[in-house]
Design a protein around this ligand. Structure first.
Ligand code: GDP
Ligand code: MG
Length: 597
């Protein structure tokens, strides 16, 4: 295709503002999907995406559009994941485009995620088309939010389009605006081939499907390709475009968006952000900077049934074919048995991985409280990178570093006080505050990531009755006064409950956990002290009083079968018990204590 007839664009929107619905309308309106085979959220392929209504992996679809001037253009719509955990993938998708539709719910106005993605789009020099969606809603306030959008982007109010993705109103005009306003791609057709990988997904039948945007030259069937960051080479077995099912073609030229199949089985061989070139005439310069995804949040994953351990290992291996961002290594816990320490991009990523493991592999899992990565410098100068609190080094510590993020909170002005209080409690530093309109404000904070991974978002939502939105990006690390709190049962540390917290919060954590465990652990034949400790110093203590457990006491008379049944029941109960020192703890107690965190 002539690059002059191509328009590459994406849609950025806050969750629920209607991105998937709009994409559906575009598919229908351009005749790519007929009305009969249309199903809601056509492009959201993963089941979890459909159920949770969020887009995890970006997808690209080619739409032929008959423009008002009588010419048929090729519109490539690149879908981006909207969530903060996947910012790197978003930024790669944006890098594959020249334009971007900024979609905002006309009844809600702009939200923090939209704003964060808008900044990314501006950094990538994309042409922004501001669009208000859901104008069919009675609660829509298109005039008010058009003014807000125009103010933020610095455009004219009349440039803001108004659509209803539900009814289709204004969608054709929007496609026409994409043709008119988004610049066509420019590249060197005769130069060495360079294409940007903006997504790669694992397909059980075809292996890894790599989504690319060609910048220079062309990629043709049967040629050997070279991945610039890994130096791996592969033969291209198939090249094509998605419209909306894969459609093989002979090749992809300048500005085109499509897919490659090489028969590779592992997505780590085809990394988002990498540059593809040809072995026969390789490019030397990469497109943009490639970055390895860095896990920010760690958690231990354990099978509830110990015999599921090999299944969990298999499942993690399979999942990694599909999700290059998840990392894991085997780990054993005295309390939970054999499992894996896994690293994730963020909390949502953790939840999604866990849910996929449970759903796709039929596993029942328990995950330990999420923690961040701490860097500990000892007085002798040695350094430890701690991804598991129970591995926190003993000895003389000089400095402890923790990751920090730059967080953006958007909310109605009346909630400024309560948001500031929350951020203060979470050791935040205010960076700045801006009024987006007279009743909405943007607050920028530096916050320790560890303070966000627990319940920050829930707190924020409940304090603002759901009106605040949050976005954050990692910005490095800071030295902090952190300590490790251990929880001991009868003097034995229960590793799964160790946590690294700020010095000022150690006491609260200790009191909270010991109380919780006292309620969850059944009485034993002897007294069991539960303690919280920082080093050798006990900071909180509870006691579980002794009982004499005698199951047969309930049996009067001589009903032998009933007696036997009771004994069997007791034995069965014992199997699911974990021994911590002399103390028998039902696994459920651990699970409950960890999950209510
Ligand atoms: P996404 O999270 O941005 O992909 O949003 P979805 O496309 O999943 O839409 C979120 C919800 O808003 C769904 O219940 C849609 O049916 C609804 N929705 C999307 N567009 C419109 C619209 O134009 N009008 C109305 N009334 N509802 C819409
Ligand atoms: Mg969606």
């Amino acid at each position: 295709t002539d690059p002059a007839l191509i328009r590459n664009f994406c849609i950025i929107a806050h969750i629920d503002h209607g991105k998937s619905t709009l994409a559906d309308r575009m598919l229908q309106m351009t005749g790519v999907v007929d009305d009969r085979s249309m199903r809601a959220q056509y492009l959201d392929r993963m089941d979890i995406e459909r159920e949770r209504g969020i887009t995890i992996k970006s997808q690209a679809v080619r739409l032929p559009f008959a423009s008002d001037d009588g010419t048929t253009y090729v519109l490539n719509l690149i879908d981006t994941p909207g969530h903060v955990d996947f910012t790197y993938e978003v930024s790669r998708s944006l890098a594959a485009c020249e334009g971007c539709i900024l979609l905002v719910d006309a009844a809600q106005g702009i939200e923090a995620q939209t704003l964060a993605n808008l900044y990314l789009a501006l950094e990538n020099d994309l042409t922004i088309i501001p669009v208000l969606n859901k104008i069919d809603l009675p609660a829509a306030q298109p005039e008010k939010y058009a003014a807000e959008l125009a103010h933020i982007i610095g455009c004219d109010v009349d440039d803001v389009l108004k659509v209803s993705a539900k009814t289709g109103e204004g969608v054709r005009e929007l496609l026409q605006a994409a043709v008119d306003r988004v610049p066509h791609p420019v590249g060197n057709p005769d130069g060495p081939a360079r294409a940007l990988i903006f997504d790669s997904v694992y397909d059980a039948y075809r292996g890894v499907v790599t989504y690319v945007r060609v910048v220079d030259g062309s990629l043709n069937k049967r040629e050997r390709i070279l991945m610039l960051s890994t130096k791996a080479t592969h033969e291209m077995l198939e090249v094509g475009v998605i419209s909306p099912e894969p459609l093989p073609s002979d090749g992809l030229g300048v500005g085109e968006v499509g897919y490659l199949i090489t028969g590779v089985k592992d997505v780590r061989q085809s990394k988002v952000g990498d540059t593809v070139t040809l072995v026969s005439r390789p490019a030397t310069e990469m497109l943009g900077g490639y970055k390895d995804p860095r896990p920010m949040v760690f958690s231990g994953l354990y099978p509830i049934a110990g015999e599921d351990y090999p299944t969990l290992r298999d499942a993690l291996e399979k999942l990694q074919l599909n999700d290059a961002a998840v990392v894991w290594e085997p780990e054993t816990s005295a309390a939970l048995g054999f499992g894996f320490r896994c690293g994730f991009l963020g909390l949502l990523h953790l939840e999604i991985v866990r849910e996929r493991l449970e759903r796709e592999f039929g596993l029942d899992l328990i995950s330990t409280a999420p923690n961040v990565v701490n860097r500990v410098i000892m007085e002798d100068g040695s350094e430890h990178v701690v991804t598991n609190p129970s591995e926190f080094p003993g000895g003389k510590i000089a400095e402890i570093y923790e990751p920090v993020v730059r967080a953006t909170v958007l909310a109605p002005t009346e909630y400024v006080g309560t948001i500031m209080e929350l951020c203060q409690n979470r050791r935040g530093t205010l960076l700045g505050m801006d009024y987006l309109s007279e009743d909405r404000v943007e607050l920028r904070y530096t916050l320790p990531l560890a303070e966000i991974v627990f319940d920050f978002f829930d707190q924020l939502k409940s304090r603002t009755r759901g009106y605040a939105s949050l976005d954050y990006e990692p910005t490095g690390e800071q030295a902090s006064d952190l300590v490790k709190v251990d929880i001991l049962l009868q003097g034995e540390t229960v590793d799964a409950f160790s946590a690294i917290v700020h010095k000022d919060k150690a006491y609260a954590y200790g009191v909270d956990m010991t109380k919780k465990l006292r309620e969850l652990i059944p009485r034993q034949q002897f007294e069991v002290p539960i303690q919280a400790a920082v080093g050798a110093r006990i900071i909180a203590r509870e006691n579980i009083r002794a009982i004499r457990k005698d199951v047969l006491a309930k049996c009067y008379g001589g009903d032998i079968t009933r007696k036997r049944k009771l004994l069997e029941k007791q034995k069965e109960g014992k199997k699911r018990m974990k021994m911590v020192g002399r103390v028998e703890v039902p696994q459920e107690a651990f699970i409950a204590a960890l999950s209510t965190n």
